[in-house]
Structures are given as structure tokens and as C-alpha cells.
Design a protein. Sequence first.
Length: 288
Amino acid sequence: MKHYTLNIADIIYSVSTEAYEIHLLPETGFTHFIIPEMSSDIRILVKRGKPDISEFRIVFDVPASSDGSKLWSVYKKNGQFCIVCKQQNSLQHEMFAFFDITYSEWTIYVNTEHNSPVFIDPFAYPLGPIIMLYATQQNNGVMIHASAVKYSDKGYFFCGFSGSGKTTISNIFNHSGAEIINDDRLIIRKINQTYKIFNTPMYYEDIKKEIRADQCFILQHALKNTYQPLTGASGIAHISAFCMQHNYNQVLLNKMLHFNSELAGQIPIGILGFQPNHKIVDYIKSLD
């Protein structure tokens, strides 16, 4: 495959290559996000080679493990940025992704030492989520660690770190007839004055889903079901804690905080203490 188009949270990505030895091979989780070719918001061109970034300076990096090895790093030269990473899949290709401050034009170099065919997915972890994050923040949205369900035409999303119960509460709602939008990583965007929740491609196959955002819950394990409303700065701070963010870029941080400020003024946000059983469904319904 030399070209494909993706629709992720109603943001259109065009992915292509002109290199004869490179073949684009999207991972399984992107299958139902591939759409017919159309005008795109984000354009990604994949090339082969190892560019010289010796004049770039490092501005951000993420250690992969306790040994200090880097999962990915951001370099900068004047107004141009480059992300250097290695795919965390069986292919393990080294990637150099160049972008500018508009985040709409990407050139990705794949470092290979031979001229034989190369099968590549530029959206493989960790580069794919980074591209989606920047594109989302440039298009009036945030990417957030949360699960979401559609229940009785209501869109509930549940924020929390690993182990807080995002998957558990989603499955409880699912057993009560709800549709799970996603149980780990969501995109929330404001479109035509409405806040919408979208799923994102994961390692497993799923269709594209969306629902209106009606209420946000910050999860806590508890001995009984409780709810504490959050308003003002407290609501903004709590929801921002679960948004994916890269603190080297003040512009993107400001966009995230502005979005969350408006979101907190439009939908209820509160801390939900819950017991992991079906009674939580009726409890949340009683809060409407």
C-alpha cells in the first residue's frame, strides 16, 4: 500500500509514500478507521533514510525504562521539530518525524540499512499517539486517559490512572446494556458547540465510535457509592491531570487548559467513589 486515509475523531489524516521500497501496512486496530481518499487535515509523507539532526537540540525526552534508554525524544532547530523514536513492535524501526508549528505537515524517515522492501506503520506506538495528540490539540480537542460508555442516550466518561477502575466500570455498564466507546484512551472535541467523545485506534480491532459528552466522573475506589461535584479551578485541574500533554510546548499546554476550562463550564464534573458492582449504574442514573 502506498497511500491510505484515516478518520480519527473526525480529523482526516493522509498517509503516503513515494519510495518504491516502502510499503505502508496499518496495524489491525486502524482497519475501521481507514476511509476513501478525501481532503485531509494532516498530511504524512514517509521516506527512507537517516537524516542528519546534529544541529538540532533536544527539548524533551521520555525514558523507556529504569536503565535510561529513551522511548522517544523531541529535537528542535529554529522553528522545526523532530521526534526520534523506535517502534515498539516486532519491526523496531528507528523513525525520524519532522513537523512544524502547524502540526499539519509531517515527514517521517525510516532508518533501514538495506534496499529490500520495508513494511511500515507510521502510526505504531509511540509515534502514532503523538501525532494524534498534536493533531487533536490543534483541532479543538484533548486526548485523555479515560473510558466512556453510551447508556440511555447519555455519554459518560470516567477519568483515572491505571488501576482506578476505568475498565471495571465500563464493563459493569456494558452488562447493563451500555455500549463501550473505549476503556482507556479517548479524544474529546468541541464540534459545532457540542462536546463529543471519540474512541481511538487500539491494538485490537474496533469500529469508529462517538457520543455526546454529558458528564465526567473522576474515579476513586470506595466502600460505598459517593459523588462530590467539582466546580471552577478544581474541575479544570482534575480533568487536566488525565489529559495527555507534553510540557515542553507552552502553546499546546495553553490550548489544553483553555479547552478544559470551557468543558468544565458546560458539563458536570465530579469525583465518583464506587463499589465495583451493578449498583453503581443506578446510582449514576440517580444523579441526573
